[in-house]
Design a protein around this ligand. Sequence first.
Ligand code: ADP
Length: 194
Amino acid sequence: MLNIVLFGPPGAGKGTVAKKLARQENIVHLSTGDMLREEIERASALGKEAEQLIARGALVPDETVVAMVREFVKRKMPCNGFIFDGFPRTTEQAEALDAIMTAQGTAITMMIALEVSEDEIIRRMLNRAAIEGRPDDTMDVIRQRIATYHEKIQITSGYYRAQNKYRTADSSRTPEYTLQQILSIIQQAGRATT
Ligand code: ADP
């Protein structure tokens, strides 16, 4: 299986690239942000709990997100692999993901972090706010989410770096360009999907 953890600051184009990669490699895309927004829309208990945290750019508790991911993975097995988008964001989540993968007889192949400058991030996000109207795409919350991101990437990249599973891709150009880089990183790692 090919199991990728995709990381990127808000506005890096992570969602777009993840969807393209999932299609290209025939693997399942899992976005914890999308899953949480669906829960909010459904006004479920989980959604109500998550709503205020998300609105101020804070993280949802580990147990909540981990339980959501565990159920999703179980439901999608068997498959060719996964692309985890926005997860794990803490060491606890990373350890839990390893356990989830082990239980399915597989493992995380690598983590890929998208790199883009802060000015470009803010430019893209204000653009997106004008189009999608996400309530957490305001200047203050954007800054908070970028700060939270920098904090979280240190933790998560350290976790995968220690296992020699950490790679970076330039995300300052087009999504297609980013995707090509990711595909060559995967190829270099000598992983073939079946
Ligand atoms: P972005 O990466 O653009 O901030 P996401 O859609 O990945 O957007 O996440 C939006 C929000 O959902 C986050 O700011 C956070 O509050 C919550 N969230 C998403 N994934 C996680 C996670 N793995 N752990 C905790 N909270 C999460």
